[in-house]
Design a protein around this ligand. Structure first.
Ligand SMILES: C[S@@+](CC[C@H](N)C(=O)[O-])C[C@H]1O[C@@H](n2cnc3c(N)ncnc32)[C@H](O)[C@@H]1O
Length: 341
């Protein structure tokens, strides 16, 4: 059954569908969801959109160095990537650490898409373990764990609420006379949302995006009982609520409007880095933009290179190109080391 037929069935039976469910089904339906559908290139030049690890391994080298700055003496490392897609970031990080004579003892990939799991297994010679939930991760406290992700959190569905006269209503999708439209539904959690985001003074028509799916996975990460790890995550997002919709639809590298088409569309949201920072505040997380991530962590042999190709790649992965299309890429990282007192 097509995505559109699935959405229509839900609307027919309960009257509407939330934006979060709409995006989750569109992205992750087991059969026709964008991330699971076979035979359709998803990420890369021939896919629907491109990401930094697909542009160049320089991005992966910068991330690996960000880790090595915090754990310069690491000799035995376990890798844990969240949402690897085609898996290039992990392959490049593995090769870079190997080139520095660091042992990578174990590679675990948290991946929900069967399409990517198959693709990685077919393509890569590396032995990897796949998990679908963070709590299935087998912790090995003998080694330092490097946990990283790129454009992972933006693929999570999020609810959208609109503020009106002191209350939040949820935005939902419905259909009448073959036309889709957005409607508002009152919700019991309006007061909870106002409390949660109490530092904001909302005005009528402000939009709030809130994802309990992200909150759940952040809790799972926080509960990981690893003694020695570095966590770094990069995504497009914001550190102050934009108070408007950040939902973005991409197909064949072009932006679409909601309902333009339903199949082979990637849906993503801007990631709330303020929420991520508050969540991990006890670990003193640092937020920088992707430009600084590259400039602070890429070795000088690349940063100072006069080679035109390398210059172009650095401009690209520094976010110049992404900023042009209105996206700001941010990086949050922190170190946890319970082996030092
Ligand atoms: C936008 S893609 C990014 C892929 C890759 N990191 C890159 O930069 O090219 C998002 C990735 O996260 C995965 N993903 C999203 N939500 C997930 C979840 N809840 N559990 C596991 N994987 C998830 C998707 O299947 C996909 O591999």
């Amino acid at each position: 059954m097509s995505i559109q037929a699935k959405i229509d069935t839900i609307i027919k039976s309960v009257g509407s569908i939330s934006i979060q469910d709409f995006v989750e089904i569109s992205n992750f339906d087991k059969v026709s969801g964008f991330y699971n559908k076979p035979n359709i290139e998803k990420i890369g030049k021939d896919g629907q959109f491109i990401t930094s690890p697909e542009i160049s391994s320089l991005f992966s080298i910068a991330l690996a160095n960000q880790f090595l700055k915090e754990f310069p003496k690491a000799k035995n490392v376990n890798l844990l990537e969240l949402g690897p897609g085609n898996g290039l970031l992990t392959i490049d990080i593995y090769n870079y650490l190997k080139s520095k004579n660091i042992n990578v003892n174990n590679i675990t990939l948290l991946e929900r898409s069967d399409y990517f799991k198959e693709k990685i297994s077919e393509r890569s010679k590396l032995k990897v373990n796949f998990i679908e939930n963070i709590y299935d991760y087998e912790i090995d406290n003998k080694n330092t764990i490097f946990i990283y992700s790129n454009e992972f959190f933006d693929a999570f569905g999020s609810k959208q609420f609109v503020f009106n006269n002191g209350n939040f209503n949820e935005i939902k999708i419905s259909k009448e006379n073959s036309k889709y439209f957005l409607m508002q539904d009152s919700v019991a959690i309006s007061g909870e949302l106002i409390d949660h985001y109490s530092k904001y003074k909302f005005k009528n028509n402000d939009i709030l995006e809130h994802s309990n799916l992200i909150l759940n996975i952040l809790s799972d990460i926080k509960n990981l009982n690893c003694k020695k790890y570095f966590f770094t995550t990069t995504d497009y997002g914001y550190t102050k609520l934009p108070l408007k919709s950040t939902l973005r639809l991409l197909s064949s590298h072009k932006k679409l409007h909601l309902f333009d088409k339903f199949e082979n569309v990637d849906y993503s949201f801007g990631v709330n880095f303020e929420l991520l920072r508050d969540f991990f505040i006890s670990k003193n997380p640092q937020i920088i933009n992707q430009k600084n991530l590259i400039n602070n962590n890429l070795p000088n042999e690349y940063l100072k290179s006069r080679n035109k190709n390398i210059r172009e790649i650095i401009d690209f992965i520094s976010g110049e190109k992404f900023n042009n299309i209105g996206q700001v890429f941010l990086n949050l990282s922190f170190k946890n080391d319970e082996t030092i007192s």
